[in-house]
Design a protein. Structure first.
Length: 114
């Protein structure tokens, strides 16, 4: 069973930045699109961004121009650089294949507030 471990979350003031990391099993990173998702309290889990094995990114409109997804297949890791953070970005952030097909990890909490 594939597992993901997300890290890098925390509290930040509006306008601040965070960089999230997600480490997973070696067998999946090099062949699948990898995505970052987020779930705010009492809301559904939504796709934030995904990246192809070759590095082509897609972003949800709400984060376009502020977030950057990247991956390092040699380290089995996908990253999410988040800049110009807003209170509405507050959520638990998860990674998974895109479309998601593995068990969800614990996620990492991102809180944006003053």
């Amino acid at each position: 069973q594939v597992r993901f471990v997300e890290s890098g979350g925390g509290w930040v003031q509006p306008g601040g930045s965070l960089r999230l990391s997600c480490a997973g099993s070696a067998s999946i990173f090099s062949i699948y699109d990898m995505g970052w998702y987020r779930q705010a309290p009492e809301k559904q889990r939504d796709l934030v961004a995904f990246i192809s094995p070759g590095g082509n990114p897609y972003y949800a409109d709400s984060v376009k121009g502020r977030f950057t997804i990247s991956r390092d297949n040699t380290k089995n890791t996908v990253y999410l650089q988040m800049n110009s953070l807003k209170p509405e970005d507050t959520a638990v952030y998860y990674c998974n294949q895109y479309p998601s097909r593995s068990v969800w990890g614990q996620g990492t909490q991102v809180t944006v507030s003053s």
